[in-house]
Design a binder for this molecule. Structure first.
Ligand code: DQA
Length: 147
């Protein structure tokens, strides 16, 4: 099983950016936690981050025929991007939306998520653990379909 983890704009600044909201774990540490968890679960994982919407669309498209599932934190593009929603719908892979913070308790402009319509679940407010839980959800989903 191969999982693509996609991170949107400013997530490369983790640990530096608004630590009271996003914590002090750095982006490099986030990637290590994900990679360690993937090893534990026996899945292969590929992690991608971009600050550019079109690059994120390209990466989702490239997952077609290559990945079995997608974990996506689209960051600010969550609240604006129909293009990311359409890309997820186009590849039709099982996807889980992750947010480090509890977006539902934040500003009104964070209450819309376009990608949510193409995701089987959304995990918010669990910090880094949310990514690991998302991998487990995808595993359960894909293995469930195999049975
Ligand atoms: C975020 C929440 C978004 O509203 C914000 O724009 C981010 C990070 C989160 O992980 O909590 O950049 O996706």
């Amino acid at each position: 099983m191969h999982i693509l983890v996609i991170n949107g704009p400013n997530l490369n600044m983790l640990g530096i950016r608004e630590p009271d909201v996003y914590g002090r774990t750095t982006y490099t540490q986030l990637c290590s936690r994900i990679e360690d968890h993937a090893v534990l679960r026996g899945v292969s994982v590929e992690i991608y981050q971009s600050n550019h919407e079109g690059d994120l669309v390209d990466r989702i498209q490239a997952a077609y025929g290559r990945a079995d599932g997608i974990v996506i934190n689209p960051a600010a593009y969550t609240h604006t991007s129909v293009a990311l929603l359409d890309a997820l719908k186009a590849v039709a892979l099982p996807a889980v939306e992750v947010h480090l913070s509890r977006v539902e308790e934040r500003e009104s402009f964070r209450q819309i998520s376009y990608v949510r319509a193409a995701c089987l679940a959304t995990i918010t407010g669990h910090g880094i653990d949310g990514y690991l839980e998302a991998i487990d959800l995808l595993l359960a989903e894909v293995n469930g379909h195999d049975r």
